[in-house]
Design a protein around this ligand. Structure first.
Ligand SMILES: [Zn+2]
Length: 84
């Protein structure tokens, strides 16, 4: 099964390019209304060790150019597919 993803048309083909400034290197993922829950265990000496970390994103997630902050959210699904 193939997933349908908006593929960028930058050069070389398939590379994400900012339509405003031409940046191909720096990108920012911006998540809004994020709740981070961390579970801690207290050790015998009174110190704490983080055990579990959960991040809930309640707002929208946007993809921005890292240089001029242009909104590139339309490519976010492609961006997620290309993170290794
Ligand atoms: Zn840009």
């Amino acid at each position: 099964m193939k997933k349908k993803v908006q593929i960028p048309t930058g050069r070389p083909s398939g590379h994400l390019t900012c339509p405003v400034c031409g940046n191909t290197e720096d990108f920012i993922e911006l998540a809004q209304n994020v709740t981070v829950t961390t579970r801690y265990r207290q050790n015998v000496d009174g110190s704490f060790t983080p055990e579990e970390n959960e991040t809930d994103i309640h707002g929208e997630v946007r993809l921005l150019c890292g240089k001029c902050s242009a909104d590139m959210t339309g490519y976010h699904n492609h961006f997620l597919d290309m993170i290794f």
